[in-house]
Ligand binder design. Structure first.
Ligand code: ADP
Ligand code: MG
Length: 259
């Protein structure tokens, strides 16, 4: 989209390498995401998508390259072979700007939906409880769970739990939301309600990086689609460029398999 090409850069990944034991999992990944942009990452299992998100969020250190969120480096960087590490404090601060939603919702089982959503703002951001509760209620309502604030995760469907997880991530007021196959663990009839919530978050102007196999969602919501294979970005473009007219055989064969 032309307006987005003018927007400031929210995330810059440059030449990122990551080894897992003897496995060279990320082999020089480049990715730039602008403010307000929705980027969907597709790719076969094992191509490094989750590892990339973990590196962006500094859950895993990179072995080379640069990760910047809003022009602040939160990764490691290699310059002439030297590895620099950010302080723990910088990392924690930078990580707070990113909301993360996983395949397995990872809610706190012993807390209600509302408590799950207010936990971070109260304990980590040290917001006043009343303010966190008011914002949490608003967020639960916005994901269609206004009536479920006192329910525990075990009393909710998978789709409802994932919607709580999205509300919980939004409660931290992140600048960037990342989703790692958020609907892959759901029964098919529950996928739509989660995608609908994600679409609404996107329409609210959030910057989003979404790893998904939901081609329909990518087509409808993504400003840009990125195809990864074997630890590199193979190609990227608009949804219709990548999905309808892929330039690489690896992309085409992947799309034939997931369709
Ligand atoms: P994707 O999310 O695209 O399916 P991953 O990022 O999970 O891919 O994994 C990329 C590669 O890294 C795979 O080959 C996987 O086996 C390997 N890998 C992931 N986690 C580990 C780990 N903890 N130890 C060793 N290898 C790993
Ligand atoms: Mg994965």
């Amino acid at each position: 989209m032309s307006t987005l090409t003018e927007a400031p850069t929210m995330l810059r990944v440059e030449g990122v390498h990551k080894w897992m034991g003897h496995n060279h999992v990320l082999r020089g990944v480049d990715l730039e995401v602008r403010q307000g942009e929705i980027v969907c990452i597709l790719g076969p299992s094992g191509s490094g998508k989750s590892t990339l998100l973990r590196c962006i969020n500094h859950l895993d250190p990179v072995d080379g390259g640069v990760v910047e969120v809003e022009s602040e480096r939160i990764g490691y960087e290699t310059r002439r072979g030297t590895l620099y590490e950010q302080s723990e404090r910088d990392v924690a601060r930078a990580r707070r700007r990113i909301g993360m939603v996983f395949q397995h919702f990872n809610l706190f089982q012993h807390l209600t939906a509302l408590e799950n959503v207010t936990y971070g703002p109260v304990k980590v951001l040290r917001r006043p409880r009343a303010e966190a509760v008011a914002h949490g209620r608003e967020l639960l309502a916005s994901v269609g769970l206004g009536q479920k604030e006192d329910s525990y995760p075990s009393e909710l469907s998978g789709g409802q739990q994932q919607r709580v997880a999205i509300a919980r991530a939004l409660a931290m007021r992140p600048q960037l939301m990342m989703f790692d196959e958020p609907t892959s663990a759901l029964d098919p009839e529950l996928v739509g309600e989660v995608l609908a919530v994600m679409k609404r978050v996107a329409e609210g102007g959030m910057t989003m990086v979404v790893v998904t196999h939901e081609i329909g969602f990518a087509r409808e919501v993504a400003d840009r689609v990125v195809f990864m294979d074997q630890g590199v970005v193979v190609e990227e473009g608009t949804a219709s460029e990548v999905l309808d007219d892929p330039r690489h055989e690896r992309t085409a064969s992947f799309l034939r398999r997931v369709r």
